[in-house]
Design a protein around this ligand. Structure first.
Ligand SMILES: [Zn+2]
Ligand SMILES: [Zn+2]
Length: 110
C-alpha cells in the first residue's frame, strides 16, 4: 500500500469525509492464540488514506465467582475502535499524536 493518495486533512476535522471504499481494503484480524490476545488492523485509513498499523490488545475480564460460565456457540464477533495512526502530515495535530485524529469501528471474528 502506498501513501500516494494520502489526504492531508486537518487533524480531527469535523467534516472529514468517510471513504467506505478504503475500509474495504482494510484487513482486521484477531490473533486468539497470542498472549496477550490482540486484534491487528492494517490498511488505508477511511478518512485520510494513510497507512494504518493498529494493534488492540484485548483485555479479557474474568468472570465473577458464582457467575454463569459458558462459551458462545460459533465465532465471537468483536467490535474494535481503530484510531488512525498514519505517519503522514496533518495540520493542527499535536506533536504527541499520530494519524488524522479520526476513529472508526471494525468488527472481527475469532
Ligand atoms: Zn487517518
Ligand atoms: Zn493521515
Amino acid at each position: 500500500m502506498t501513501a500516494n493518495n494520502h489526504k492531508p486533512i486537518r487533524w480531527e476535522a469535523p467534516k472529514a469525509k468517510f471513504h467506505k471504499e478504503a475500509l474495504e481494503r482494510c484487513t482486521a484480524s484477531a490473533e486468539p492464540d497470542r498472549r496477550p490476545k490482540q486484534v491487528t488492523v492494517h490498511g488505508p485509513c477511511p478518512y485520510c488514506f494513510g497507512e494504518v498499523n493498529f494493534v488492540q490488545v484485548l483485555q479479557l475480564v474474568h468472570s465473577l465467582p458464582g457467575a454463569v460460565v459458558g462459551q458462545a456457540a460459533g465465532p465471537t464477533t468483536l467490535a474494535v475502535t481503530v484510531r488512525c495512526d498514519c505517519l503522514q502530515r496533518h495540520p493542527g495535530r499535536p506533536t504527541n499524536e499520530a494519524g488524522c485524529g479520526h476513529t472508526w469501528v471494525v468488527t472481527v471474528e475469532f
